[in-house]
Write a protein that binds this ligand. Structure first.
Ligand code: DAH
Length: 328
């Protein structure tokens, strides 16, 4: 009994004066007293059965209390060590400067176009990258089996219901016009996807801008002036030509070329929104007309930065990306 009392006193002292400096000290303290095999308190508890019965209850209670005190000391010690570590953090030391990245060329062009379109009264709307057949094709006057569907080879998510990765941003026209009454002047920018063979000119994913304006008496003249304005802000004074073309959702349709480095380069498609499209979204096509235009951002960036291979935009090549400005 005397021996036990001595041990207990020692334990009480050890607990009281335990002052850990690091996590390791706490772990050792725990093993010393509560270790499963050799812990001092654990061993005493295991030996209780050999103590005369009249002493067993009191000593048992004391050991239990000590066990809880050790646990409490461990808990508090962990908090203390954490505080010590936090206080080691000197907020007056100047921070290390981190390298600021550059803006991706696609974002640079995108931001320029956004600024231009805002400046002439267009409002931005988001579109869906996952579309259904009706918004991406049918409502845009591209019925099933129409040959122009082949030009936009599609990644289907499932065939029934028809879910797909949008092949162009023109689907935003439908989404917006279905829910809003004219007049409106809208644009959207985003990723589009096509099941193309990847090469220096084509990728399975790229970015498009779509802009459209619907009002009373919107004419091809308005479209021409808008496009010339956009191009002049992007490229400076440059020659622009409109070539008659075909898109199922515009009538008439045109392709726009610019004379750049002595070559005519095609940069966008446009046209007067086909009345059938307006009808599909319940807009009175006797009262309203509209124009639409669509262009690929990679194509513009390739012309502006003289890039020969579209794949380089998404290779994550730091040497390439670092060449672009980091100023927003
Ligand atoms: N959606 C067409 C494409 O991806 C581009 C386009 C052409 C958009 C003419 C238009 C347009 O809004 O009027 O090839």
């Amino acid at each position: 009994m005397m021996n036990n009392i001595k041990t207990i006193k020692k334990i009480i002292n050890d607990i009281k004066y335990f002052n850990p400096k690091k996590i390791d000290d706490i772990k050792k303290f725990k093993i010393k007293f509560l270790g499963k095999k050799q812990g001092i308190i654990t061993s005493l508890i295991n030996k209780l059965k050999y103590i005369p019965i009249y002493e067993r209850k009191d000593i048992g209670m004391i050991l239990n209390k000590l066990k809880n005190e050790v646990k409490e000391k461990i808990r508090k010690s962990y908090i203390k060590i954490q505080d010590l570590n936090i206080n080691k953090f000197d907020t007056t030391i100047p921070g290390k400067s981190i390298e600021i990245g550059s803006i991706h060329p696609i974002s640079i062009i995108k931001n320029k176009i956004i600024k231009i379109l805002y400046s002439i009264g267009f409002c931005y709307v988001d579109g869906n990258e996952i579309e259904d057949d009706w918004h991406n094709f049918t409502a845009l006057n591209i019925p099933v089996l129409h040959p122009s569907r082949d030009m936009q080879d599609t990644f289907f998510i499932c065939k029934d219901p028809d879910l797909l990765l949008r092949t162009h941003t023109s689907s935003v026209q439908i989404r917006y016009m279905k829910k809003n009454n004219p007049p409106f002047k809208i644009f959207s920018i985003g990723k589009v996807y096509r099941n193309e063979t990847v090469s220096s000119n084509s990728n399975y994913m790229f970015h498009q801008v779509e802009a459209f304006y619907v009002n009373k008496n919107v004419s091809f003249y308005n479209l021409k002036k808008t496009i010339e304005y956009i191009i002049n802000l992007l490229f400076g004074k440059i020659k622009v030509r409109f070539r008659l073309s075909y898109f199922p959702f515009t009538e008439p349709s045109a392709e726009v070329d610019i004379l750049y480095d002595n070559k005519w380069l095609e940069i966008m498609g446009c046209g007067i929104i086909d009345p059938k499209v307006l009808k599909n979204v319940n807009i009175d096509y006797d009262m309203y007309t509209g124009f639409a235009l669509g262009l690929g951002i990679e194509r513009l960036a390739m012309i502006i930065y003289k890039i020969k291979d579209i794949r380089i935009f998404f290779n994550n090549d730091i040497c390439f990306l670092n060449q672009f400005t980091s100023v927003f």
